[in-house]
Design a protein around this ligand. Structure first.
Ligand code: ZN
Length: 278
């Protein structure tokens, strides 16, 4: 679920609240470990974390990365995928359902990882390049210039929404923010990259940066310190099927189902004829 704007705000909160803290205890629930934990150090996930100090929290694409000192691993990299989230709480506070990992901090607080479907992954490693897909991540959306953006697009020939969500193209954009960016750029999500004009690619680059930047500001306001929340009410089209487009008032269209839905405005984002839809 979390994409760049949410993870960026989670990073800010954790940078402020947990850096310098010692991990006094690490617990995987149930004991023995659910599938979410990948211990690339082979020292034991709980043992390797216990006693380490959190030296920093960074974000790369959809990974949150904790730099560690004094323990048996250098990094804890968390990719929450669609269903994972972090929670910072007082020790002993009631657990949310599906709490999978608890790090007890020296401050008396607990950093918890909660995952409804165990889709996310936690990697404990000496080397981030050993984390699957991490080394192949494309640039961060705010760091890619228009010229580099045009160059990076060239090898991709499919539908533009699919390209935007590929971490190897740019990092940090998922299903929800791809819908928002394409709405802002007034591009139909199923337009093929090869059909886009130079002007349209320019609009897409501008929309990518402005949409993610504005969303990060809105998430920061609504999330506050409650990093387990996922504020998205402010979105223009994603999960707004049937509601009026904020730009033109046309009812928002829906294609797909479950966690792979696409929302767009067929008036503002014309073209891209697909399976029985105009
Ligand atoms: Zn519209």
């Amino acid at each position: 679920m979390p994409e760049l704007p949410e993870l960026e705000v989670v990073r800010e909160v954790l940078q402020r609240r947990v850096v310098g803290q010692v991990i006094a205890d690490a617990k995987v629930i149930p004991p023995g470990g659910p599938i979410v934990v990948r211990d690339l150090t082979h020292r034991g996930f709980e043992a390797a974390l216990t006693g380490a100090t959190i030296a920093g929290v960074t974000r790369r694409g959809k990974y949150l990365v904790f730099s560690l000192q004094g323990g048996e691993a250098e990094f804890l990299a968390i990719n929450p995928k669609l269903t994972g989230r972090l929670q910072l709480t007082e020790a002993g506070a009631k657990r949310m359902a599906k709490t999978r990992v608890i790090l007890s901090l020296g401050s008396g607080q607990e950093l918890r990882y909660v995952d409804q479907k165990q889709m996310g992954q936690l990697y404990l490693t000496h080397n981030l390049d050993a984390v699957p897909e991490y080394a192949g991540l494309g640039p961060e959306p705010f760091e890619v210039t228009l010229q580099a953006f045009r160059e990076r697009l060239k090898p991709f020939r499919g539908e533009i929404k699919g390209i935007l969500t590929r971490g190897a193209f740019v990092a940090g954009i998922g299903n929800a923010y791809a819908d928002e960016i394409l709405w802002a750029a007034r591009l139909h999500p199923y337009r093929r990259r090869t059909q886009l004009t130079a002007d349209e690619v320019g609009r897409l680059h501008t929309a990518m940066q402005s949409t993610l930047s504005e969303a990060t500001d809105k998430v920061r306001l609504e999330m506050g310190e409650d990093i387990h929340l996922k504020p998205r009410e402010f979105m223009a089209v994603h999960m707004k099927t049937g509601e009026p487009c904020p730009r033109c008032g046309t009812a928002i269209s829906l294609v797909g189902a479950n966690q792979r839905i696409t929302n767009f405005c067929r008036h503002c984002q014309p073209g891209g004829l697909i399976k029985g839809m105009a």
